[in-house]
Design a protein around this ligand. Structure first.
Ligand code: ZN
Ligand code: ZN
Length: 297
């Protein structure tokens, strides 16, 4: 439980600045004005908005401080020497295939020759087998990737997020999604309430009016970008594909990790208890089961 990269603190401060300023304008400029016209519903909105605001911070902090999940440091010791050598040679072979594919892609924009089909099959098969990280000097279970920013292997790695200053992986992907969902709930209220006010017969004047207009505009832009991001993540969680795997063309047609039911794909990340779908609570280690992991791209 720690901040992964001290340099990324600036991005986190920037995100906090945006969240705080939106909250400040909505609660201290818009709501007091609204209270003079409609006191009852304004108190309800204020309480509900503040509760969601608290949830944003809870999920955001959890996404930052919780480990995305790393392979056990002494995993390699559990393997017999000849098995470990076999895993290392297999990893080398697949790294060479991937490098070759990358070069070919650059040269002729991904036009596959017939004799490459076997190589593609090998890569898909390798995703379900253990491989070896020559940087961490440890075995990687299927779906594990080595993050260059964190310089560590990450279980079911999705991506390294500079805005969270942490890798998003098996154990904190849920918090990342919850942060976006709660942020969207707050931001969409800023857009809806203030826009209705501005297009009506508003009595808002001076600084408050200007700040509310800026708040609605920035909230709208954030809603559009974060909404797209959330849609991307939920769609791929439903398909059991990570952002890293999304770039592998073959995963779209031949995904070995997807379960028959969409709900089971969600449970793999969000947990089987629905309370964890809503609240960014930390699950006990015994309940977090890593079934799959990867090869390095
Ligand atoms: Zn590694
Ligand atoms: Zn990382």
């Amino acid at each position: 439980m720690k901040f992964q990269n001290p340099k990324g603190i600036l991005s986190v401060i920037f995100v906090y600045g945006i969240i705080l300023s939106e909250y400040y304008v909505f609660v201290f400029h818009y709501l007091p004005y609204r209270y003079s016209n409609n006191s009852g519903s304004t108190i309800f909105i204020g309480i509900e908005f503040t509760l969601i605001y608290f949830m944003i911070h809870w999920a955001y902090i959890q996404a930052q401080i919780q480990s995305p999940g790393h392979p056990s440091p002494d995993l390699a010791k559990n393997y017999q020497e000849h098995t470990l050598e076999e895993i290392k040679s297999r990893t080398k072979k697949h790294s060479e295939i991937i490098q070759k594919k990358r070069k070919q892609k650059l040269m002729k924009k991904y036009e596959l020759a017939i004799d490459e089909e076997d190589e593609l099959f090998d890569i898909i098969q390798a995703m379900q087998l253990d491989s070896y990280c020559f940087k961490c000097k440890n075995v990687k279970q299927p779906r594990t990737h080595h993050c260059k920013e964190c310089n560590k292997c990450i279980l079911r790695m999705d991506h390294h997020c500079p805005w969270v200053n942490n890798c998003i992986g098996q154990k904190n992907h849920r918090f990342f999604c919850q942060f976006i969902i709660y942020a969207l709930l707050c931001l969409s209220q800023c857009v809806i309430f203030i826009t209705i006010e501005m297009f009506g017969d508003t009595q808002l004047k001076g600084d408050s009016k200007f700040l509310c207009q800026m708040c609605a505009l920035t909230s709208l832009l954030l809603c559009l970008s974060m909404g797209t991001l959330l849609g991307f993540h939920l769609y791929h969680i439903a398909k059991n594909v990570t952002t890293v795997e999304f770039h592998i063309e073959e995963m779209k047609t031949d995904n070995p990790f997807s379960k028959s039911k969409v709900i089971d794909n969600f449970k793999e990340l969000f947990g089987s208890e629905y309370i964890h779908w809503i609240l960014p609570l930390t699950q006990s280690e015994s309940k977090v089961r890593i079934k799959h992991d990867s090869f390095e791209l």
